[in-house]
Design a protein around this ligand. Sequence first.
Ligand SMILES: Nc1ncnc2c1ncn2[C@@H]1O[C@H](COP(=O)(O)OP(=O)(O)OP(=O)(O)O)[C@@H](O)[C@H]1O
Ligand SMILES: [Mg+2]
Length: 247
Amino acid sequence: MKNGILFDKVSFSYEKGSRQLTNINIQINKGAFLGITGVNGSGKTTFTLLMNGLIPQQIKGSFKGNVYIDGINSREKPVSYFAKSVGLVFQNPDFMLFNLTVKEEIEFGLKNLQLEKHKERISKALKTISMAGYERRDPQTLSLGQKQKICLAAVLAQDPDYIVLDEPTAMLDYRSAVNLYKLLQSLNEQGKTIIIVEHDTDFLNEYTDQVIVLNQGRIALKGKTKTIFSDTKKLEKIGIKIPRLKP
Ligand SMILES: Nc1ncnc2c1ncn2[C@@H]1O[C@H](COP(=O)(O)OP(=O)(O)OP(=O)(O)O)[C@@H](O)[C@H]1O
Ligand SMILES: [Mg+2]
């Protein structure tokens, strides 16, 4: 299939470490709103790093199988190629922030992707995350939650088809987290594919249409959110919070 992200018999282990992902097979269709959950160390972040070629292009290890992004094998093009279509918001914002101002930070990605209209893109993205006017701030002087929002703004400014977010709400207050999900929902309605790593199954239950539960580097459960979350016994066994079902 040409559209979407396809994992075909993917296994991966970091250079130092045992097997982190084992035999991952999944087709993520374009337009999906997919949640990924699982306990600490189950492989969620590793999974996201496979979605734009960072593994194996920049992060080395033993990689078996293939990942296809819109039909292109992730081994065959540089990360900068996939970055045009797949925007990744990292779990640790310090991984991304190294420029002197918020503006330069966001602009860095725009330049890399040779996108135009920097000023408009930057101010629109900052407005979207309720941080209008932060262009000249030094990212290092921001709170963790604000840093994470800047990382999100950098990705939004690039307007990619796929938006992959690794625990974006972990450092956000409740209102910001709800606002983020509402934003993602509207982006999804506009055709963006959203892939989000999240421990809070209530958010996944309310907003996503499909979920994957990872357990010890394997896909333990995958399918429609409502179906997966109705099997509370399995969730409990894996160590996942059972969502409060909507009344
Ligand atoms: N750079 C690395 N080198 C070696 N092992 C690693 C590296 N990064 C992660 N691991 C190991 O890979 C496994 C999966 O880690 P990963 O970060 O993908 O988990 P996670 O599900 O994202 O966890 P968390 O909920 O804590 O973010 C863990 O056992 C971890 O110790
Ligand atoms: Mg992680």
